[in-house]
Design a protein around this ligand. Structure first.
Ligand SMILES: NC(=O)c1ccc[n+]([C@@H]2O[C@H](COP(=O)([O-])OP(=O)(O)OC[C@H]3O[C@@H](n4cnc5c(N)ncnc54)[C@H](OP(=O)(O)O)[C@@H]3O)[C@@H](O)[C@H]2O)c1
Length: 246
């Protein structure tokens, strides 16, 4: 029997992309999963259906993690459906690329609200409501450390996630809760592919020694490890999952 059986996870932004792969993987590990989404209920229900068809437990819950009520409502739903929460995966995020000179105020504020505010409120709710020996895994990006033009605001939100990860890890350790982050390189999802030509995608894929884009399962495998008991001594770390690009 897996150590993750009878555990409960919230995965923000789990209707597609990396989050959907994480939800499916944690469910296969035996974890009951709250599938969060903000817009597309149909996709979220499809992930729930797939998990249930495989014998797992999942519910879909709509919440905008960029709003003040988003994360508390996800914990409420998880506690009501499954009795408590052990694992929080702060996956949901958005990316709007632009040279800093061209960033509109509302694009700046929305990325701060979702990528930083959502993770902050997830960490705060997790610190208050996760059961002992729980897990928090948040999402940074390998663009922190590459400093490419047009990534200014997005990379700044992710750098802030890394800072909070290191600090919360030191605040929660006495309860056996680990706090880590993963920082993927380019992964073939809607967030990455939108607005890029085939030529640009191929040139970015060629930046790592494996000469391919990451796939959502490449990231989900690492989150599964961090969420499990084998990672009990891994705390306050940022794991760059990118095939070796940086
Ligand atoms: N793909 C990459 O190359 C890459 C690289 C490094 C880091 N990352 C990070 O990895 C994470 C997942 O990215 P992805 O590529 O899988 O993105 P994606 O394919 O665009 O999926 C994003 C997910 O988040 C949900 N979401 C977006 N805004 C939300 C909000 N305000 N409240 C709740 N849910 C919301 C979406 O659901 P709805 O459509 O229903 O809103 C969707 O389920 C993000 O934090 C991203 O920054 C991605």
């Amino acid at each position: 029997m897996s150590e993750k059986q009878n555990r409960v996870a919230i995965v923000t932004g789990a209707s597609k992309g990396i989050g959907a792969a994480i939800a499916r993987r944690l469910a296969r590990d035996g974890t009951a999963v709250v599938i969060n989404y903000s817009r597309d209920a149909g996709l979220a229900e499809q992930v729930v259906g797939d998990i249930e068809a495989g014998g797992g437990r999942a519910i879909a819950v709509a919440a905008d993690i960029g709003s003040a009520s988003g994360l508390p409502s996800l914990f409420d739903a998880a506690e009501e459906a499954f009795g408590g929460v052990d694992i929080l995966v702060n996956n949901a995020g958005m990316m709007q690329l632009s040279p800093i000179a061209g960033v509109e105020d509302d694009a700046f504020e929305r990325q701060i609200a979702v990528n930083l505010g959502g993770v902050f409120r997830g960490m705060r709710e997790g610190a208050r409501r996760l059961r002992d020996n729980g897990r928090i895994v948040s999402f940074s990006s390998s663009v922190v450390g590459i400093y490419q033009p047009t990534y200014g605001v997005y990379a700044a939100t992710k750098a802030a996630v890394e800072a909070m990860t290191h600090i919360l890890a030191k605040e929660l350790g006495t309860r056996g809760i680990t706090v880590n982050a993963v920082a993927p390189g380019p992964v073939e999802t809607e967030l990455f592919m939108t607005g890029k030509s085939e030529e640009l995608v191929q040139s970015i894929a060629g930046m790592n020694p494996f000469k391919r884009l990451g796939q959502p399962d490449d990231i989900a495998n690492v989150v599964s490890f961090l969420a499990g008991s084998d990672a009990a001594w891994v705390n306050g770390q940022v794991i760059r999952v990118n095939g070796g690009v940086v």
